[in-house]
Design a protein around this ligand. Structure first.
Ligand SMILES: C[S@@+](CC[C@H](N)C(=O)[O-])C[C@H]1O[C@@H](n2cnc3c(N)ncnc32)[C@H](O)[C@@H]1O
Length: 362
């Protein structure tokens, strides 16, 4: 009997839950190790190797053998790689390698595990916030823009031409003929640079608060020799007051509205900055605003965690609303409506289990 809640305890259920906790410990540990393996190139090195010793694997990846051996131990006991009976030779099965490396047959998912370490880095500060409120600012996440850019390469950049832009029939033709495009919260600007390369008659502007992201984007523009794109450092918190009027035919926001300090101000500014027949294309986390409806969400715990340890807290750190990544469709539509958008349509895309795509017009 649980004395506190006066409920009869079920020993089988308690034991099963204990096993689940142990399994959570194992799986979270593997998350960290996969992230490290991805970053130091161990999966890349192993995917073309026959069963090999830790010395051979370390030499091939140009890494320290002692660390590599311990890493191999974690991945072998975790069933990610195989170890031969005598415990000396390790092998990355091809089916696993395809999902842990880029440019192969499968869809690489290893980069996503980088979020675990990234978020773990601010755990102490988040614990403080649980006690005192407030938020953790963007500057506390040194690798955020790097990790975000790899994430966005997969969810947005790889499918923008074939799947995202075609959501609005005629949009590709308009881009070919030449229109003005703004991307808000553009980060390192990979998506916008791809569009600038593809549609040379159109002109592109990217706004973001981050010095690091804007510098990276400008550098890349210089390297690529693009002359139809500019990136500007800009705080969008008061965009409802200082957005240019009626300047853009298309405004995009990829995973960038919910973690703004004031999503309401940004959306109002976007509407103001669109031409009369302009289009707002927004990608944001696909979820319900009602947590109970997210119980079957395939990555619900991951997204609420990323929200708590990043999206929500960076907004609160700016004195913002902190709506969080899981603000959900109902709240998103409400914010769009309050910003003055009529007839917003919401889409899902097969390649992207994480996001909804919204098309909104003035
Ligand atoms: C989740 S990231 C998405 C970045 C990019 N769109 C992508 O898909 O890779 C959100 C972006 O919003 C930017 N951001 C956050 N608060 C902002 C603010 N107040 N003004 C302008 N940009 C802001 C961040 O710097 C970050 O680059």
């Amino acid at each position: 009997m649980c004395v506190a809640c006066k409920t009869e305890l079920n020993v089988d259920e308690m034991e099963a839950f204990g096993e689940r906790i142990v399994s959570i410990m194992n799986e979270s540990s593997l998350g960290l190790m996969i992230s490290i393996g991805y970053r130091v190139g161990l999966f890349e090195a192993m995917k073309s190797m026959r069963p090999s010793t830790s010395d051979e694997i370390a030499a091939s990846a140009q890494l320290n053998e002692r660390y590599v051996r311990e890493w191999l131990g974690a991945l072998a006991t975790g069933g990610i790689i195989e170890v031969e009976e005598e415990g000396k030779r390790y092998h990355l099965p091809a089916n696993h390698g395809a999902m842990l490396t880029e440019g192969g047959e499968g869809e690489c998912l290893a980069h996503l595990t980088q979020y675990i370490g990234l978020l773990g880095g601010v755990e102490d500060k988040i614990v403080d916030c649980f006690r005192k409120g407030g938020g953790v600012s963007y500057s506390e996440y040194p690798r955020f823009h790097e990790v975000m850019a790899t994430d966005s390469n997969q969810s947005v950049v790889s499918s923008i031409l074939d799947h995202i832009l075609p959501l609005d029939p005629g949009l590709i033709l308009r881009l070919k003929n030449g229109i003005r495009v703004l991307d808000v919260g553009c980060g390192r600007g990979n998506a916008l640079r791809l569009l600038a390369r593809e549609f040379s008659k159109s002109s592109f502007v990217g706004y973001d608060l981050s010095d690091e992201a804007i510098e990276f984007a400008r550098d890349a523009v210089f390297q690529e020799g693009l002359d139809n794109i500019v990136f500007e450092k800009r705080d969008l918190t008061s965009f409802h007051d200082d957005a240019p009027k009626g300047e853009f035919d298309l405004i995009t926001a990829f995973d960038a509205i919910h973690d703004q300090a004031r999503p309401d101000h940004v959306l109002a500014g976007i509407r103001h900055a669109l031409k009369r027949d302009g289009l707002f294309l927004m990608q944001d986390i696909g979820a319900s605003s009602n947590v109970a409806e997210n119980r079957e969400h395939p990555i619900g715990p991951l997204l609420y965690t990323i929200s708590c340890l990043h999206c929500m807290t960076v907004s609160l750190a700016q004195g913002g609303l902190g709506v969080g990544a899981m603000w959900g469709e109902q709240m998103t539509l409400q914010f769009l409506e309050e910003a003055g958008f009529q007839n917003t349509r919401r889409y899902t895309l097969d390649h992207d289990i994480q996001n909804y795509y919204y098309l909104a017009r003035n």
